[in-house]
Design a protein. Sequence first.
Length: 553
Amino acid sequence: MPPASAPLTEKPEWHALLQQKQQLESVLMRDLFQTDPKRADRYLIKGAGLTLDFSRNRLTDETLTALSDLARACNLPQRITDLVTGAKVNRTENRPALHTALRQPAGDSVWVDGKDIIPEIHATQARMEQLDQAIQSGTKTGHTGRAFTDIVSIGIGGSFLGPKLAVEALTPFWQGNLRCHFVANIDGTDIAETLKSLNPETTLFLVQSKSFRTQETLDNSLIAREWFLTNGGNQDAVAHHFMAVTANTDEAVRFGIHPDNIFPMWDWVGGRYSLWSAIGLPIALMVGMDNFRALLAGAHAMDCHFKEAPTEQNLPVVMALLSVWYNNFWSAQSHAVLPYDEYLKHLPEHLQQLDMESNGKKVTQDGAPVDYETGPILWGGVGANGQHAYHQLIHQGTRLVPADFVIPLTSHNPVGHHHATLFANCLSQARAMMAGKTEAEALQELIASGLDQNAAAELAPHKAIPGNKPSNILLMAKITPETLGALVALYEHRTFVQSVIWDVDCFDQWGVELGKQMGNEILPRLIDNEEVGSAGDSATDNLVALFRSANRR
Ligand SMILES: O=P(O)(O)OC[C@H]1O[C@](O)(CO)[C@@H](O)[C@@H]1O
């Protein structure tokens, strides 16, 4: 028998799954439902306020057991313990990844380099609460004494996507009359358009950057400060209007942020896992600290479920194993996330960074090239709009696109029959993907509608839908801080479990760095007045020349 550390594709559990795939190739899900009336019940699992219906997948109990065996063979239980106890799971950066600690209650202990980090996390939350209360009560105002009306969060990547998702998703919980704006892009339009509607006297800027070295964030913050100074502000007043969240306090102070206005981040929090830290300030200020704590509590409930639930009842583990199943055994190239809730419209964007920056890797933890596919392309958008766009490809295209439908049972906006209609749309899409329509059924329908045999036979192949397309449905009672926290934590753990199976470091992102480095080399060639040498290739040089002539001053 190969040792436990055998490469993934040499493990017997991998081969068992290859056999499963062969057995299931000609099996139709619609038949599985027909022969097993308990299928829907068996594949409905719950945790942390979320319900996962994974019955519409190409699997049987045997497959599920084989997937669980693979997880055990990859040491998943130990790897989960390592994650939550602060082992250095980010091996290439020699760091723990302790986003779970950010949502642990006071009184718990998690140790990093001999120091319990929980007290510092809660002290930071207390500072966030003070700021929230001071803004709400009017004791913290702009430099002229006027109450803040607008918050501008300047950050990108993980310092942007998570807070933006949560602020939008929790719109029904917004307090007071504060408005929140996000600026991320280095396209000047982003900051310019945002500033147009703002009054410098009543605007608070949050510079959000773990490293405080990210060009987009620093350049946008400089423009914001310049705008503030040229529109009635002054150097002393900057301290009233600019705050930062960063792990690099020295740089933030050098930039001009007052030390009292800096909230800490820690190198043991990955950017894309950071909305639970002070990077979540825009959320806390918009929905209040009680709701922010409820968000943390929802995520913590999912952490407990993740640590404690048996593999086949464990929501993130099952979802991750299903992703591996389709990615590695059925050649699915992508995965769709389809939130059937307007408030969750930014979920796919956040998950794109979470999943693709984490698992877009091509070497194992030991640096050996993988001989299997790793992270799929994650995409999606809000339902039912997608039904009138890309669902056609899911139903009748040549590619296999497993999908997650995410839908609350009740709506914050119960207008007319809208929510029932939305729910019906969601169920019908999942059912159509699963059951499809055979050519014989299409033919029968066409003849019944009055078409003659020949015309019906001609049309039937176009109307036949193959079905057998897998999907999950994730439900929650309503979108609340708790259920949102659980949902986002669920996907974080799903991402981690996939990385454990694929044996990749899901907490680094070296690929992003090369583009940043090259960008820094190209920029002077675009803006310096004197002649510049080659950027290294003629294609880049040609376009540098075009840009220079178009922007000659
Ligand atoms: O918070 P920072 O340091 O500005 O980084 C922003 C983002 O840039 C990245 O390093 C690369 O995109 C992300 O991982 C991170 O969330």
